[in-house]
Design a protein around this ligand. Structure first.
Ligand code: HGA
Length: 611
């Protein structure tokens, strides 16, 4: 979602801000803007469209100065126009950038309008600018931190804010509640804020994470932070953990393709240090995990989007291997209904960014009513990780493509490790644990082999480029894989795709099948194969074209209207991980053929930090 960058330094910061926006563009890309103090006045430049439009404008109309804030927007309130782009200003002397939603903006706006404050946008954000101006006018000492504290106290909803004022041009003030914001600790004479660390890796690798309700003042030489109660607090400065090259596209045409190809390596990183002598190292979950896992009687998984699909697969593993009940629900539903959480419930949240607004809210909603919370996450230091009792990092490195790929497969690996950790405490035989750990160690190599299907899948993709719809089928753990395959196709190629458990076909969706509806099936050689083959016959009999990813090509014979690609043999537990990869490649190549914006598909954004 929206990306914020801010800088205060002894050198000009415009280029740092623009580069930060380019790196944050995966979060939102409908408009962008910047405000800079040039020593005499606040200058603002905004453009609808991508960051490139803003940098083109900046090339013609250079802005200079050592204090500035910048923003790339994913609109929630008001169209993606230049007038609605951030920063928003009150008069000429105060500018604000905001990520989040101000839920009570309507009464606040009505009140401000009645007092004569002129509004020039349709955003909720603009109320913050005018509230700050009003607050500053009331204060004799004109202190920006005090004004931000007073104003944030009136706001309902979620926000990360960057604020600058012409009256205090030596400082950048930041605040967060419900939306992510990190402080980049400069290497001397400068400091920064951003929505995530990636934006600032060009200038620093040292970061400070703000807690909920914190307000910070940054000057060239100092960082001061106050908590929600107004008390000064100190947060540790942490070193960024991944190499900076992880955020570059390298020789790949798109981030998504690079991230698909990274899967063998990142799965190794998910496993690294978590197993030894064919056994899981329970310490990977933290010292107190064992005692907690002993008491778990059921698992409640809460997640959104792709992470939700990972949760659905984990349900099969947990019920089959651990023998404890597992419920899975999308966070946006879970957080708003009256949920029953029996004693001994482990709340398991899954999120790539650790800032997914609905998942985070669900955790906060029920945290006090569960045995413990465990987060599966890719970003150490994120809100979800900090607020959960236990966490397991997926170690996938930065994922920039909006459509999630390596984050999903590494989540699955982490969830299988979690299944083993719980299984060990609930009767899973040591031999089974050893077998699965050994299989997991082979997985990077199998993923590498699956990548060799790439040219054949590119060929296959041609059959989809002109189609309006597609159907994805699977059974067992491969059903959520089919759901994920359909989601990928929708997200980046804009083809309407649906997924069904293959056994449900005759209960409705078969009515849709004809030669215009390609049917994709993931069919490993497991004990459900015969049933699945019968379902495929039902499709063929209605003229539907079949695209089958099979564990053993001999089992599903290619014929006219049936294309079969053989996926390497893998143990049944690991099938959902391996079979995901060809479906990712399929949607990628269809999108490339259709000429869509693969890494930044329309209407979507990464890291969904608003509800
Ligand atoms: N509500 C603000 C900011 C939107 C946002 O944070 N998106 O991720 C707006 O619509 O401009």
């Amino acid at each position: 979602m929206c990306g914020i960058v801010g800088a205060v330094g002894q050198r000009p910061v415009m280029e740092i801000l623009l580069e930060g926006l380019r790196r944050l563009e995966y979060r939102g890309y409908d408009s962008a803007g910047v405000a800079l103090w040039n020593g005499e006045q606040l200058q603002r430049l905004r453009r609808a469209g991508k960051v490139q439009a803003l940098s083109d404008a900046a090339a013609e109309q250079p802005l200079a100065g050592g204090l500035g804030i910048a923003h790339t927007r994913w609109a929630t309130h008001g169209k993606p126009t230049e007038g609605n782009a951030h920063p928003h200003m009150s008069g000429e002397r105060l500018a604000v950038v905001h990520n989040g939603i101000i839920e009570n903006f309507e009464p606040l706006k009505a009140q401000l309008q009645a007092e004569g404050y002129p509004f020039s946008s349709d955003t909720d954000t603009e109320v913050i600018a005018h509230l700050l101006a009003r607050e500053l006018a009331r204060q004799p000492q004109h202190d920006l931190v005090a004004a931000v504290a007073a104003v944030t106290g009136q706001l309902e909803g979620a926000f990360a804010l960057g604020v600058i004022s012409a009256d205090q041009p030596d400082q950048l003030v930041a605040a967060r509640k419900g939306s992510p914001l990190v402080i980049g600790v400069g290497l001397g004479g400068e400091n920064f804020i951003a929505s995530d660390q990636l934006a600032l890796l060009q200038v620093t690798d040292r970061f400070m994470f703000l807690a909920e309700g914190d307000i910070a003042r940054l000057t060239c030489d100092a960082i001061q932070v106050w908590n929600a109660a107004g008390e000064p607090v100190e947060h540790p400065v942490v070193q960024y953990e991944h190499g900076t090259s992880a955020a570059d596209k390298g020789t790949f045409k798109h981030y998504m393709l690079k991230e698909i190809y990274e899967q063998p390596e990142v799965v190794k990183a998910t496993l690294a240090g978590r197993t030894s002598n064919g056994r899981l190292l329970e310490q990977a979950f933290g010292a107190e995990a064992g005692a907690i896992f002993d008491q778990v009687r059921q698992v409640q998984i809460v997640a959104c989007g792709t992470s939700y699909h990972a949760g659905l697969i984990a349900k099969y593993w947990l019920e089959e291997l651990v023998g404890i009940p597992c419920m899975v629900e999308v966070a946006s539903e879970f957080r708003y209904r009256k949920v029953v959480l029996p004693q001994g419930t482990l709340l398991l949240t899954i999120s790539q960014s650790g800032e997914t607004a609905d998942t985070l809210a669900a955790l906060r909603e029920v945290k006090e009513r569960v045995l413990a919370s465990l987060a599966i996450c890719n970003v150490p230091g994120s809100s979800l990780v900090r607020e959960s009792d236990l966490s397991l990092m997926t170690n996938a490195g930065p994922e920039i493509g909006v459509a999630s790929t390596k984050a999903f497969t590494t989540q699955l690996v982490a969830l299988l490790l979690t299944t083993l950790a719980l299984g060990r405490r609930h009767g899973l035989a040591e031999a089974d644990e050893q077998r699965i750990v050994t299989d997991l160690q082979q997985l990077p190599q199998l993923l590498q082999q699956a990548l060799e299907l790439d040219p054949a899948i590119r060929q296959m993709a041609q059959a989809f480029a002109e189609k309006q719809h597609a159907l994805f089928l699977g059974r067992g753990t491969l059903y959520p894989v089919a759901m994920e395959g359909a989601l990928k196709l929708k997200e980046i190629s804009y083809i309407h795709a649906e997924s069904y458990p293959a056994g449900e076909l005759k209960h409705g969706p078969l009515a849709l099948v004809d030669k215009e509806m390609p049917v994709v099936t993931v069919a490993p050689r497991n004990d459900m194969l015969d049933k699945l083959k019968a379902n495929l016959q039902e499709v063929r009999a209605r003229g539907g074209e079949l695209f089958v990813f099979a564990g053993c090509a001999q089992e599903v014979k290619p014929e006219s209207g049936v294309q079969v690609l053989e996926v390497p043999q893998v143990s049944s537990e690991l099938e959902p991980i391996l079979y995901t990869l060809p479906l990712q490649l399929l949607s990628y190549h269809v999108a490339v053929l259709k000429g869509t914006d693969v890494d930044q598909p329309r209407n979507l954004a990464k890291s969904v930090t608003v509800e």
